[in-house]
Design a protein around this ligand. Structure first.
Ligand code: ARG
Length: 574
């Protein structure tokens, strides 16, 4: 449990019941953080209206019935009927000790374990990942870690774009290259893709071959499949290199690309036809989802099968949602996909509800995100106007961070400097992405994300490394049960530490990683204030030193755990 707000909630709920009767058992005691006290309970204001009594009288009655034993040191009535609460120091120190004992920094397993499918990253084969895929990979991975940490089962699904008409031209181009254009020689996926595209547009004979090749691929021609697999595996090598550099947990077994669903498409359409939900329209098979209209107000369909018999993106997503519900037994599906696909994903969800596949309590949510903008406020591009390649962006971040590290700490050994530069550079990019409200666009700004002040990755990593250095200098065994809460900054730090589990479960529910970032920044700030006012290594007495060392150690643990949930490393030295 460890978050005192939870404990206070229980005590105040009981007080309300004993003051006013069991019919008030479900009243929210409204325990909130307070700038005047440790917490405040705001329930009296709402209750007063229901009871038709003065709010201050209601507050007084609640306090009279409150069991404060071991939890509440004192209360004070404030304003129209707020109850300010000061916790006992013993509770705070006990709970801080408990945070470090459990090995989970106080996280308790969720009451109801869900099976959460997270569709993220999902790049397209034979195309280089670009910054748009950065957001999906970084946000999706943070959510996967957070949701797992609160005890749910997470099933990662990398919905690779590995099927469809472009593979006709890609395979023909691979063949044209002869032996040297095998899987290993595709160094630059974009160059390869663009060359195939250019040939397709310029040479009618090549275009014909490409179209014929699509038919062979869809017909399951073995020789064609061999070539297709080469393309997929060449791309996978690129993607995996990026995931490892980026510190994203996706593995080969998480790949569930569009091709996986190919054998299910005909069956899915047949089922929808039998249910009367898929109908012929202009020679195409369409799923009309109630409530969606296009321009000029005509009903907007999902195209299940095109006039030429081909299947598309929507068909695959229909099969995928059915598979996730029926085969993977998901109770929650998250699509970490950019905002432009909002309508498509809403239609897929509603079609699944209509088909009876998606039924409560199972649910599907679009975890949308905005664009990454350049300093000119437009979607981030290279000077030449191309999409920025993700790998180049990451490498630049590592170079810049390594230069900063070399300057700040010239004594580091070269391999140490490289490892730390990498952790800071990648961490800065990820943190900049995660700390902004995900649905909004954000401006990509090296100077800001690499700053050692403010709500940045490097600031938090530095706060952590500084505590590690204090602990190294102290060179004594840390005893969490030695914590004593005396100074106000110690109290504030303890309260910040104990809020961690609630913040993490809130992020798992709200899917808003920036709240975890904001929390970690406040924790680091609380530590700074503590460190300035409460000498640790030069504490006045051995007990004080032991207590403050323990508080420092628990802070380092929570900072490292929190950064870990964001997928960001916390080096012990910087
Ligand atoms: N491959 C797609 C793209 O790059 C993203 C796929 C998202 N997932 C899905 N189930 N549609 O835009």
């Amino acid at each position: 449990m460890s978050d005192p707000a939870v404990l206070l909630g229980e005590r105040f709920r009981a007080a309300i019941v004993s003051a006013f009767g069991p019919e008030y058992a479900s009243v929210d005691p409204a325990i909130r953080p307070s700038s005047h006290a440790d917490f405040q309970a705001n329930a009296a204001l709402g209750l007063a209206k229901v009871l038709k009594r003065a709010p201050r009288d209601v507050a007084t009655a609640i306090v009279m019935h409150l069991d404060s034993e071991g939890v509440v040191e004192s209360t004070e009535l404030a304003g129209p009927g707020f109850i300010n609460i000061r916790l006992t120091s013993a509770l705070l120190s006990d709970e801080v000790a408990r945070v470090s004992a459990g090995g989970t920094a106080g996280l308790a397993p969720a009451a109801l374990v869900e099976r959460v499918v997270i569709d993220y990253s999902s790049p397209n084969v034979a195309k280089e990942m670009h910054v748009g895929h950065l957001r999906s990979s970084v946000i999706g991975d943070a959510l996967a870690r957070v949701i797992e940490a609160v005890g749910h089962t997470v099933i990662r699904q990398n919905h690779l774009g590995d099927w469809g008409t472009p593979f006709g031209m890609l395979i023909e181009h691979l063949l044209d290259g002869g032996n040297e254009a095998d899987a290993h020689s595709i160094r630059d996926l974009n160059v390869f893709y663009q060359a195939a595209r250019a040939k397709f547009d310029a040479e009618p004979a090549f275009a014909d071959r490409a179209r014929g090749r699509v038919v062979l691929l869809q017909g399951g021609d073995e020789a064609t499949l061999v070539l297709w697999r080469q393309l997929v595996s060449a791309s996978r090598v690129h993607f995996n290199a990026l995931y490892r550099l980026l510190g994203v947990t996706l593995q080969d077994e998480d790949i569930a690309g569009e091709s996986l669903f190919n054998p299910m498409l005909a069956e899915v359409i047949a089922e929808l036809e039998a249910k009367g939900q898929c109908v012929e329209n202009d020679g195409a098979k369409c799923v009309f989802v109630p409530g969606y209209t296009g321009r000029d107000d005509t009903p907007l369909p999902l195209i299940a099968q095109k006039q030429d018999g081909g299947y598309g993106y929507a068909t695959t997503d229909l099969a995928a949602i059915r598979y996730r519900l029926q085969t993977l037994a998901a109770t929650r599906i998250l699509y970490v996909v950019g905002a432009p696909q909002t309508q498509h994903l809403a239609m897929i969800r509603d079609a699944a509800i209509h088909a009876g596949w998606l039924t409560p309590p199972a649910r599907a949510e679009h975890v949308a995100f905005g664009s990454v903008l350049g300093s000119d406020g437009k979607v981030l591009r290279t000077r030449a106007g191309d999409n920025v390649r993700l790998i180049e962006l990451l490498e630049e971040g590592v170079l810049r961070a390594t230069a900063v590290v070399a300057e700040k700490n010239p004594e580091l050994a070269p391999d140490e400097r490289a490892a730390i530069g990498r952790a800071i550079g990648i961490g800065a990019i990820k943190y900049a992405d995660l700390s902004s409200d995900r649905v909004k666009d954000y401006v990509f700004d090296w100077a800001r994300m690499l700053a050692f002040e403010g709500n940045t990755g490097p600031y938090l990593q530095y706060a952590h490394a500084r505590i590690c250095s204090i602990l190294r200098k102290a060179n004594e065994k840390v005893d969490p049960s030695a914590v004593q809460i005396i100074a106000p900054q110690e109290r504030a730090l303890a309260l910040a530490l104990l809020a961690y589990p609630t913040v993490v479960s809130d992020v798992a529910a709200s899917l808003a990683p920036h709240r975890l970032c904001g929390y970690l920044y406040e924790l680091a700030t609380a530590f700074s204030a503590f460190y300035q006012n409460c000498p640790v290594l030069k504490a006045a007495t051995p007990e004080e030193r032991r207590s403050r060392l323990a508080l420092s150690a628990v802070t380092a643990t929570v900072l490292a755990r929190g950064l870990g949930l964001l997928g960001i490393e916390a080096p012990e030295k910087m």
